[in-house]
Ligand binder design. Structure first.
Ligand code: HEM
Ligand SMILES: *[C@@H]1O[C@H](CO)[C@@H](O)[C@H](O)[C@H]1NC(C)=O
Ligand SMILES: *[C@@H]1O[C@H](CO)[C@@H](O)[C@H](O)[C@H]1NC(C)=O
Ligand SMILES: *[C@@H]1O[C@H](CO)[C@@H](O)[C@H](O)[C@H]1NC(C)=O
Length: 329
């Protein structure tokens, strides 16, 4: 009885009664139903990152690729089945998206502690925050209460996630479709302060940027020469390069400093400086003030995490993040 009253007070405090603020999500969502949830996620993410530093980056990206397709509903985690074409096979994701095994490990631990309670979509949101903190970046409270989708969208994954050679207007449009603005584009691109890219994602810049057989002129010459050594004009598609060549394992603002020096890896990184005065001003501001970047990154991650969540009676809490609950459950 007392528990119900406390929970009810939480709902009022969280503004859920008014149905807005955080799209119906709130950080205390599991405080009564699964008080250990956040600590379980944090400890398994910490173990995974201790095993492999890059996993922090991979988990941040996984949340992004989830949220941009049908909202933050764990659609990205579904495997192929008779009724589902997995988003894992899309152009942005195939041979690239990682971290699925870590999510499975987290889900198994949560099902053991609190069966049928914590959604896969919330696991992705928490793992992205924990990964950011573990890499040295900012902390934020993660609004929770997302439920899991009953389907996936391979078309959405192919069309709605920006490509590294998209123009800046195209990237901005793809963010606007999600309710995110130009400032969110720059702040969230700062996630490229950690992690790696395959050669195939930036090769065009090294050899044939605009289709006339010459390299991207904005690339620093010695950086371009270094990249060409490991990223030949053909072959070596999966060769890896750090998105931030100075501190690839550290969540800091070197990503923005690199862009100012002609050492942003992807075309989508570089265009933030050269194709718009508004984005260029933000690149400079974040390069000069890491605290400003951290504050904006945290705010934009909460905004991204609020994209079209399934709440209330919609969706389900999956038992296994790779498939929808069937009759067997
Ligand atoms: C602005 C548009 C964006 C474009 C065009 C873009 C594109 C890319 C590409 C091409 C890669 C390398 C993939 C590969 O070659 O395997 C990558 C990696 C990455 N992206 Fe983005 N991205 C964008 C925005 C974001 C956002 C909003 C986030 C998160 C908030 C993010 C987080 C990451 C991370 C952490 C990695 C490294 C992943 C790893 O090492 O496993 N990106 N991105
Ligand atoms: C899912 O199935 C489709 C169609 O059969 C196939 O093209 C795709 O590669 C599969 N995706 C994955 C991730 O295995
Ligand atoms: C962008 O890259 C894709 C995949 O490599 C390629 O098919 C496409 O032609 C490129 N687009 C532009 C505008 O260069
Ligand atoms: C550069 O790209 C254009 C257009 O995609 C293509 O026709 C041309 O053959 C390419 N040149 C080289 C040197 O790869």
């Amino acid at each position: 009885m007392g528990g119900c009253l406390v929970l009810f007070s939480f709902l009022l405090l969280a503004g859920v009664g008014h149905g807005h603020t955080w799209g119906g999500l709130f950080p205390q969502f599991y405080d009564h139903s699964c008080p250990q949830a956040k600590e379980i996620v944090r400890s398994i993410v910490a173990q995974a990152v201790a095993r492999e530093t890059r996993m922090a980056a991979s988990l941040v990206r996984l949340h992004f690729h989830d949220c941009f397709v049908k909202g933050c509903d764990a659609s990205v985690l579904l495997d192929n089945s008779t009724s589902i074409v997995s988003e894992k096979g899309s152009n942005p994701n195939k041979n690239s998206l990682r971290g699925f095994d870590v999510v499975d490990e987290i889900k198994a631990a949560l099902e053991h502690a609190c069966p049928g309670t914590v959604s896969c979509a919330d696991i992705l949101a928490l793992a992205a925050r924990d990964s950011t903190v573990l890499a040295g970046g900012p902390y934020w409270d993660v609004p929770l209460g997302r439920r899991d989708s009953l389907g996936a969208s391979i078309q959405g994954s192919n069309n709605d996630i920006p490509a590294p050679n998209n123009t800046l207007p195209t990237i901005v449009t793809k963010f606007k479709l999600q309710g995110l603005d130009v400032a969110d584009v720059v702040a969230l691109s700062g996630a490229h302060t950690i992690g790696f890219s395959r050669c195939t994602s930036f090769r065009q810049r090294l050899y044939n940027q605009t289709g006339n057989g010459v390299a991207d002129a904005t690339l620093d010459a010695s950086y371009a020469a270094y990249l060409r050594q490991g990223c030949p004009s053909s072959g070596g598609d999966d060769n890896l390069f750090p998105l931030d060549l100075v501190t690839s394992a550290r969540f800091d603002n070197f990503y923005f400093k690199n862009i100012l020096a002609g050492r942003g890896l992807l075309s989508s990184d570089e265009v933030l400086l050269t194709k718009s005065a508004e984005t260029a001003a933000l690149v400079k501001a974040y390069a000069e003030d890491v605290e400003l970047f951290f504050r904006h990154f945290a705010e934009s991650m909460v905004k991204m995490g609020n994209i079209s969540p399934l709440t209330g009676e919609k969706g389900e809490i999956r038992k296994n993040c790779r498939r929808v609950n069937g009759n067997g459950y």
